[in-house]
Design a binder for this molecule. Structure first.
Ligand code: GLU
Length: 586
């Protein structure tokens, strides 16, 4: 995820672009840049860090021009540094591109373009777009440079694959911006004598609330006086702008009340983006050959807080699919416990930010013990990823809310995919079952899109219980860590006391804290452990608990006399269900 903005109008574009980038910072903030067309020449200013750093650099360079583009980056390919920050240019320096997304075939394209003489200046996937447009311009037809550019960009779109939204500016066509969308967001703001291109509405909402939401495959041409929309075949489409009535603050949160809610709703996309690269990445990232993979004896998962709960679920996944014994440690404990130096150990550190000090300390210890190390992390080039031998990136974009939501479900998705890869490499699951299980995993984001629709049921139930001083969460097996995560989430955001337990454990003591009306949230999809969970509900109800079942359609039917309320989720299968269950608890 990252933020794009483009301006074309009568005024100096720089303040519009810098201000727009500040509004897009929630989408990425490791580096930023602008390119402004000034008297026929492109002036580019880039800086590492937040947009404020770029602003300082721009004040010094002081570019001026009525057409420009800008970008605030959240790196996916190439560390955050000035060379890798956008805009990126072709060899002539006359074409500039800002991009949001991932060009999946960038390595092949980069090799091909290099062999044709193109010189690359960054490590990003984005730079291939600029060079490919340059290459395609050589043969593009059209009576004017503008027509040639449009045709070259259309040809480029046919050659790149992946998720992308990008903006292009060519010095030879002054006052003209092109925006392209495929699976990443792109909107156009229609102003008076000025038009805007952006990843999101807040970037220009101050100046216009007339917005055009581009569809996949569409391309927008912007000049000071108008906007033209082309469909994927290049045919012109009528403009159907909508009027946005959000205020600035609401718009920054995508219309949601707060970032945590927005990020809950980001989860289908986060899962899809994470899985998009999983298949290609896991194969090579461990840098272990088949013999070494087969020799793996054990896995240590190390993490803190929510990521630790993801690790606990990961244990079920890896033991189930790969048959490798797994231990899961809190990083702060791993550092100080006696860890035997066992050959064939893979240590996996899970962290959203990659900067969690305890996790970094613990993985350093694992390295010293001679273990192979893998990070599951969301931030490119963070300390953890530099310490570990290899990294698998969750691609859920920056997580602004302190209470983690989309990073957690992306971590679960990654651990599931990793377990399948290890299972195949170990020979524990056949190629055929790997393929069918992986296909199943790819449908998870669709289930997630349905799961997030439960908000109104949850709100309704919450009204009944929100005054309670203490909450219990129960789960079994792969849903036990989800009960722990539910309790943690509730504590973090409501400051109420909450505890999560393995359902089979309540009879060994915890049941004594149940009083009349204690809200007890029970994770009980209609799966192989459903009957056991039903007994747990009855035990709790006998002590006066107010039982809320997080279940499936079938589970709700079977449990109706044993629970007080139900929250019904779609059923994604026994091992994937925790990823959906947690949404109800978030
Ligand atoms: N893949 C591009 C980069 O790493 C864009 C990043 C993004 O959209 O998050 O620079």
């Amino acid at each position: 995820m990252c933020g794009i903005i483009g301006y074309v109008g009568k005024k100096n574009s720089v303040p519009f672009i810098i201000d727009g980038l500040k509004k897009l910072e929630y989408r990425g903030y490791d580096s930023a840049g602008i390119s402004i067309l000034q008297e026929g020449k492109l002036v580019t200013v880039r800086a590492v860090g937040k947009v404020a750093e770029l602003e300082k650099a721009a004040l010094l360079a002081n570019p001026k021009g009525q057409c420009g583009i800008g970008h605030t980056r959240w790196a996916t390919h190439g560390k955050p540094c000035e060379e890798n920050s956008h805009p990126h240019t072709d060899c002539t320096g006359e074409i500039v591109v800002v991009h949001n997304g991932i060009i999946e075939n960038f390595l092949t394209l980069r090799e091909k373009l290099s062999s044709l003489g193109h010189r690359f200046k960054s490590e990003t996937d984005t730079e291939v777009i600029a060079h490919l447009i340059e290459e395609n311009l050589k043969t593009a037809c059209g009576a004017t440079p503008k027509e040639r550019l449009i045709n070259a960009v259309r040809k480029t779109n046919g050659e790149i694959s992946g998720a992308y939204a990008y903006g292009v500016l060519w010095a030879q066509v002054p006052g003209f911006l092109l925006g392209v969308k495929n699976q990443s967001p792109m909107v156009v703001g229609l102003g008076k004598d000025e038009n805007f291109l952006s990843s999101d509405v807040p970037a220009f909402l101050k100046h216009t609330n007339k917005v055009l939401f581009l569809e996949d495959g569409e391309m927008a041409e912007l000049t000071e006086t108008g906007v033209k929309l082309l469909d994927k075949n290049g045919a012109e489409k009528p403009l159907k702008p909508v009027k946005i009535n959000w205020d600035q603050k609401t718009a920054e949160k995508g219309g949601y009340e707060h970032f945590m809610l927005k990020e809950i709703y980001d989860q289908p996309q986060a899962i899809e983006d994470t899985l998009r690269t999983a298949q290609t990445d896991f194969g090579k990232l461990l840098n272990l050959n088949t013999r070494e993979l087969r020799a793996l004896q054990q896995v240590h998962i190390i993490a803190c807080g929510t990521a630790y709960h993801a690790g606990l679920v990961g244990k079920y996944y890896i033991e189930n699919f790969a048959g490798i014994p797994v231990t899961v440690d809190l990083a702060s404990e791993y550092k100080y416990r006696c860890v035997p130096r066992t050959a064939g150990t893979l240590a996996i550190a899970v962290s959203q930010s990659g900067e969690t000090a305890d996790t970094i300390g613990a993985i350093r210890k694992a390295k010293e013990l001679g273990f192979k190390t893998l990070a599951i992390c969301n931030v490119l080039a963070s300390t953890l990823t530099r310490v570990c031998d290899a990294t698998f990136y969750t691609h859920c974009g920056p997580e602004i809310s302190v209470a983690s939501t989309k990073a957690f479900t992306s971590q679960l998705t990654s651990l599931y995919a990793l377990a399948l890869f290890l299972g195949k490499a170990k020979g524990n699951i056949s190629e055929a079952s790997f393929n069918s299980l992986y296909k199943e995993l790819l449908t998870l984001s669709k289930f997630m899109a349905d799961a997030v629709k439960i908000e109104y049921d949850v709100r309704h139930i919450t009204k009944r219980v929100y005054k309670a001083p203490h909450f219990l969460f129960l789960g079994r097996n792969v849903n036990f860590p989800i009960a722990l995560e539910g309790a943690l989430k509730l504590k973090e955001v409501s400051y109420r006391s909450a505890e999560g337990f393995a359902a089979g454990e309540i009879k060994h003591g915890p049941i004594s804290i149940i009083e009349k009306g204690t809200p007890t949230i029970v994770l009980m999809p209609a799966d192989s452990l459903f009957e056991k969970m039903l007994s747990a509900c009855q035990e709790c109800r006998a002590r006066g608990a107010f039982v809320i079942a997080v279940t499936t359609q079938e589970g709700a039917r079977l449990a109706k006399d044993s629970v007080d309320k139900t929250i019904i989720l779609p059923y994604a299968g026994e091992l994937l269900q925790p990823v959906l269950n947690v949404v109800a608890l978030q």
